[in-house]
Design a protein around this ligand. Structure first.
Ligand SMILES: O=C(O)CCC(=O)C(=O)O
Length: 259
Protein backbone atom coordinates (compact mmCIF):
# COMPACT_ATOMS: atom_id res chain seq x y z
CA UNK A 1 0.00 0.00 0.00
CA UNK A 2 1.33 3.44 -0.85
CA UNK A 3 -0.28 6.50 0.62
CA UNK A 4 0.55 9.53 -1.44
CA UNK A 5 -0.60 12.74 0.13
CA UNK A 6 -2.46 15.28 -1.95
CA UNK A 7 -1.06 18.53 -3.32
CA UNK A 8 -3.32 20.31 -0.78
CA UNK A 9 -1.74 18.37 2.08
CA UNK A 10 1.76 19.28 0.83
CA UNK A 11 0.68 22.93 0.71
CA UNK A 12 -0.88 22.64 4.18
CA UNK A 13 2.41 21.26 5.54
CA UNK A 14 4.35 24.20 4.13
CA UNK A 15 1.78 26.72 5.45
CA UNK A 16 1.10 25.33 8.92
CA UNK A 17 4.38 23.52 9.46
CA UNK A 18 2.71 20.25 10.36
CA UNK A 19 0.44 17.58 8.97
CA UNK A 20 -1.41 14.70 10.61
CA UNK A 21 -2.00 11.57 8.57
CA UNK A 22 -4.50 9.33 10.34
CA UNK A 23 -4.14 5.55 10.54
CA UNK A 24 -1.00 5.27 8.44
CA UNK A 25 -0.27 2.05 10.33
CA UNK A 26 -3.02 -0.43 11.18
CA UNK A 27 -4.10 -1.13 14.77
CA UNK A 28 -2.61 -4.64 14.44
CA UNK A 29 0.76 -3.37 13.16
CA UNK A 30 0.88 -0.78 15.91
CA UNK A 31 -0.03 -3.30 18.60
CA UNK A 32 2.73 -5.64 17.42
CA UNK A 33 5.40 -2.92 17.28
CA UNK A 34 4.41 -1.75 20.76
CA UNK A 35 4.60 -5.31 22.07
CA UNK A 36 8.04 -5.75 20.53
CA UNK A 37 9.16 -2.52 22.22
CA UNK A 38 7.79 -3.68 25.57
CA UNK A 39 9.72 -6.95 25.41
CA UNK A 40 12.85 -5.56 23.74
CA UNK A 41 15.79 -5.86 26.19
CA UNK A 42 17.61 -3.07 24.31
CA UNK A 43 14.90 -0.59 25.27
CA UNK A 44 15.17 -1.43 28.95
CA UNK A 45 18.99 -1.31 28.78
CA UNK A 46 19.35 1.86 26.73
CA UNK A 47 16.57 4.10 28.03
CA UNK A 48 17.99 7.48 29.11
CA UNK A 49 16.39 9.77 31.64
CA UNK A 50 16.46 13.37 30.41
CA UNK A 51 15.72 16.28 32.67
CA UNK A 52 13.70 18.59 30.46
CA UNK A 53 12.86 20.98 33.26
CA UNK A 54 9.28 21.99 33.17
CA UNK A 55 8.99 22.97 36.78
CA UNK A 56 8.09 19.67 38.33
CA UNK A 57 11.38 17.87 37.77
CA UNK A 58 10.02 14.59 36.34
CA UNK A 59 12.34 12.93 33.86
CA UNK A 60 11.70 12.23 30.18
CA UNK A 61 12.58 8.68 29.06
CA UNK A 62 13.82 7.81 25.61
CA UNK A 63 16.15 5.62 23.59
CA UNK A 64 18.27 7.45 21.01
CA UNK A 65 19.17 5.54 17.83
CA UNK A 66 21.53 7.40 15.47
CA UNK A 67 21.46 4.66 12.83
CA UNK A 68 19.01 2.34 11.14
CA UNK A 69 19.23 -1.37 11.93
CA UNK A 70 17.39 -4.62 11.42
CA UNK A 71 14.53 -3.92 13.79
CA UNK A 72 10.86 -2.98 13.66
CA UNK A 73 11.52 0.69 14.52
CA UNK A 74 13.93 1.13 11.61
CA UNK A 75 11.53 -0.69 9.31
CA UNK A 76 8.82 1.79 10.25
CA UNK A 77 11.32 4.64 9.74
CA UNK A 78 12.15 3.28 6.27
CA UNK A 79 8.65 2.26 5.25
CA UNK A 80 7.38 3.71 2.00
CA UNK A 81 4.16 4.59 3.77
CA UNK A 82 5.99 6.90 6.15
CA UNK A 83 8.71 8.19 3.83
CA UNK A 84 6.61 8.69 0.67
CA UNK A 85 4.86 11.85 1.96
CA UNK A 86 8.23 13.42 2.90
CA UNK A 87 9.63 12.68 -0.55
CA UNK A 88 6.57 14.49 -1.91
CA UNK A 89 7.01 17.44 0.48
CA UNK A 90 10.68 17.96 -0.45
CA UNK A 91 10.66 16.46 -3.97
CA UNK A 92 13.74 14.58 -2.84
CA UNK A 93 14.83 11.25 -1.41
CA UNK A 94 15.30 11.41 2.35
CA UNK A 95 18.19 10.81 4.74
CA UNK A 96 17.40 9.27 8.11
CA UNK A 97 19.06 11.23 10.93
CA UNK A 98 17.90 9.54 14.14
CA UNK A 99 15.08 7.58 15.68
CA UNK A 100 13.88 8.00 19.25
CA UNK A 101 11.80 5.49 21.14
CA UNK A 102 9.84 7.96 23.25
CA UNK A 103 8.76 6.13 26.40
CA UNK A 104 6.21 8.49 27.86
CA UNK A 105 5.02 6.38 30.77
CA UNK A 106 2.68 7.72 33.45
CA UNK A 107 4.62 10.06 35.72
CA UNK A 108 7.31 10.94 33.16
CA UNK A 109 8.16 14.31 31.77
CA UNK A 110 7.55 16.45 28.72
CA UNK A 111 9.41 18.97 26.64
CA UNK A 112 9.71 22.74 26.79
CA UNK A 113 9.06 24.80 23.65
CA UNK A 114 11.73 24.32 21.02
CA UNK A 115 12.33 23.87 17.32
CA UNK A 116 14.19 20.78 16.16
CA UNK A 117 16.20 22.93 13.74
CA UNK A 118 17.02 25.00 16.83
CA UNK A 119 19.18 22.02 17.72
CA UNK A 120 20.20 20.82 14.30
CA UNK A 121 21.24 23.94 12.41
CA UNK A 122 24.69 23.01 13.72
CA UNK A 123 24.57 20.03 11.44
CA UNK A 124 22.51 21.14 8.44
CA UNK A 125 23.00 24.11 6.13
CA UNK A 126 19.35 24.46 5.12
CA UNK A 127 16.42 24.36 7.56
CA UNK A 128 14.95 21.53 5.52
CA UNK A 129 14.52 19.17 8.40
CA UNK A 130 11.47 17.18 9.36
CA UNK A 131 10.43 15.15 12.37
CA UNK A 132 7.79 12.47 12.38
CA UNK A 133 5.89 11.20 15.39
CA UNK A 134 4.39 7.74 14.97
CA UNK A 135 1.88 7.14 17.76
CA UNK A 136 2.18 3.61 19.11
CA UNK A 137 -0.51 4.42 21.66
CA UNK A 138 -3.18 7.12 21.62
CA UNK A 139 -1.76 10.57 22.35
CA UNK A 140 -4.24 12.79 24.16
CA UNK A 141 -4.22 16.05 26.11
CA UNK A 142 -4.37 13.96 29.29
CA UNK A 143 -1.21 11.94 28.59
CA UNK A 144 0.81 14.83 27.17
CA UNK A 145 0.32 14.85 23.40
CA UNK A 146 2.56 17.06 21.31
CA UNK A 147 1.55 20.73 21.11
CA UNK A 148 2.59 22.74 18.08
CA UNK A 149 2.32 26.42 17.19
CA UNK A 150 0.58 26.48 13.84
CA UNK A 151 2.53 28.53 11.29
CA UNK A 152 5.59 29.00 13.54
CA UNK A 153 7.70 27.42 10.78
CA UNK A 154 7.36 30.85 9.11
CA UNK A 155 9.43 32.46 11.92
CA UNK A 156 12.73 30.91 10.92
CA UNK A 157 15.07 29.55 13.54
CA UNK A 158 14.74 31.23 16.95
CA UNK A 159 17.54 31.61 19.47
CA UNK A 160 17.85 28.60 21.78
CA UNK A 161 19.56 28.19 25.15
CA UNK A 162 20.24 25.24 27.45
CA UNK A 163 17.86 24.27 30.19
CA UNK A 164 18.51 20.93 31.88
CA UNK A 165 18.96 18.34 29.13
CA UNK A 166 17.14 20.49 26.63
CA UNK A 167 17.65 23.44 24.37
CA UNK A 168 14.68 25.79 24.68
CA UNK A 169 13.53 28.54 22.36
CA UNK A 170 13.75 32.17 23.46
CA UNK A 171 10.89 32.62 25.92
CA UNK A 172 9.76 36.08 24.85
CA UNK A 173 9.55 34.98 21.20
CA UNK A 174 7.62 31.88 22.27
CA UNK A 175 5.22 34.09 24.28
CA UNK A 176 4.71 36.32 21.25
CA UNK A 177 4.19 33.31 18.98
CA UNK A 178 1.57 31.96 21.40
CA UNK A 179 -0.15 35.35 21.41
CA UNK A 180 -0.15 35.70 17.62
CA UNK A 181 -0.59 32.12 16.47
CA UNK A 182 -2.71 29.14 17.30
CA UNK A 183 -1.50 26.43 19.65
CA UNK A 184 -2.70 23.01 18.49
CA UNK A 185 -2.83 19.89 20.65
CA UNK A 186 -1.99 17.07 18.26
CA UNK A 187 -4.09 14.24 19.60
CA UNK A 188 -3.32 11.07 17.65
CA UNK A 189 -4.86 7.65 17.51
CA UNK A 190 -2.44 4.70 17.63
CA UNK A 191 -0.99 4.25 14.15
CA UNK A 192 -1.51 7.87 13.17
CA UNK A 193 1.42 10.05 12.23
CA UNK A 194 2.35 13.69 12.76
CA UNK A 195 4.87 15.28 10.37
CA UNK A 196 6.36 18.56 11.57
CA UNK A 197 8.80 21.04 10.09
CA UNK A 198 12.19 21.63 11.75
CA UNK A 199 11.21 25.21 12.56
CA UNK A 200 7.82 24.47 14.12
CA UNK A 201 7.71 25.38 17.80
CA UNK A 202 6.59 22.35 19.77
CA UNK A 203 6.36 21.15 23.34
CA UNK A 204 4.56 18.59 25.45
CA UNK A 205 3.33 18.46 29.01
CA UNK A 206 4.49 15.71 31.36
CA UNK A 207 2.28 12.65 31.45
CA UNK A 208 0.28 13.13 34.65
CA UNK A 209 -2.28 10.50 33.60
CA UNK A 210 -2.26 6.78 34.29
CA UNK A 211 -2.05 6.01 30.56
CA UNK A 212 1.24 5.59 28.73
CA UNK A 213 2.01 7.34 25.47
CA UNK A 214 4.83 5.54 23.67
CA UNK A 215 5.79 6.73 20.22
CA UNK A 216 8.56 6.71 17.66
CA UNK A 217 10.00 10.14 16.91
CA UNK A 218 12.08 10.01 13.74
CA UNK A 219 14.11 12.83 12.20
CA UNK A 220 15.02 13.20 8.53
CA UNK A 221 16.45 15.69 6.09
CA UNK A 222 16.15 15.62 2.32
CA UNK A 223 19.34 14.27 0.74
CA UNK A 224 19.79 17.69 -0.89
CA UNK A 225 20.48 19.27 2.52
CA UNK A 226 24.18 19.85 3.24
CA UNK A 227 25.91 18.40 6.30
CA UNK A 228 28.12 21.13 7.77
CA UNK A 229 29.96 19.47 10.64
CA UNK A 230 33.55 18.35 10.22
CA UNK A 231 32.93 14.90 11.62
CA UNK A 232 31.25 12.38 9.40
CA UNK A 233 27.50 12.10 9.66
CA UNK A 234 25.48 9.04 10.56
CA UNK A 235 22.94 10.01 7.90
CA UNK A 236 21.58 7.09 5.94
CA UNK A 237 19.78 7.49 2.66
CA UNK A 238 16.43 5.76 3.07
CA UNK A 239 15.56 3.02 0.62
CA UNK A 240 11.81 2.86 1.12
CA UNK A 241 10.49 -0.56 2.19
CA UNK A 242 7.28 -1.92 0.79
CA UNK A 243 4.59 -3.38 3.05
CA UNK A 244 5.88 -6.92 2.70
CA UNK A 245 9.38 -5.89 3.80
CA UNK A 246 7.90 -4.00 6.75
CA UNK A 247 5.91 -7.05 7.76
CA UNK A 248 9.00 -9.30 7.49
CA UNK A 249 11.05 -6.90 9.62
CA UNK A 250 8.38 -6.79 12.33
CA UNK A 251 8.24 -10.60 12.25
CA UNK A 252 12.04 -10.90 12.57
CA UNK A 253 12.04 -8.54 15.52
CA UNK A 254 9.17 -10.42 17.17
CA UNK A 255 11.14 -13.65 16.80
CA UNK A 256 14.30 -12.00 18.16
CA UNK A 257 12.57 -10.84 21.34
CA UNK A 258 10.80 -14.18 21.74
CA UNK A 259 7.35 -13.12 20.49
O1 LIG B 1 7.52 13.27 22.51
C1 LIG B 1 7.34 14.43 22.87
O2 LIG B 1 6.49 14.72 23.69
C2 LIG B 1 8.16 15.57 22.33
C3 LIG B 1 9.29 15.16 21.46
C4 LIG B 1 10.06 16.32 20.98
O3 LIG B 1 9.76 17.44 21.25
C5 LIG B 1 11.22 16.12 20.12
O4 LIG B 1 11.65 14.96 19.90
O5 LIG B 1 11.76 17.12 19.63
Amino acid sequence: MTTPITADQVEQFHQDGFLVVDSLFSPEETRRILEVAHTDPEIAAEAKENENFEGDGVTTRLVYRPTLGDNAYSAVASSRRLVGPMEQIYSSPMNHYYTLNMLKDPGTGGWEWHQDYGYHYKEFFYPHFITVMVALEPATKENGCLRVVKGSNQLGRLEHSSLGSQLIANRSRVDLALEQMEEVHCELSAGSVLYFDGNVLHASHPNHSQISRWSLVIAYAPTSNIWVREEESTLTKVTPLDDEQLEEAIRRHEAAVGG
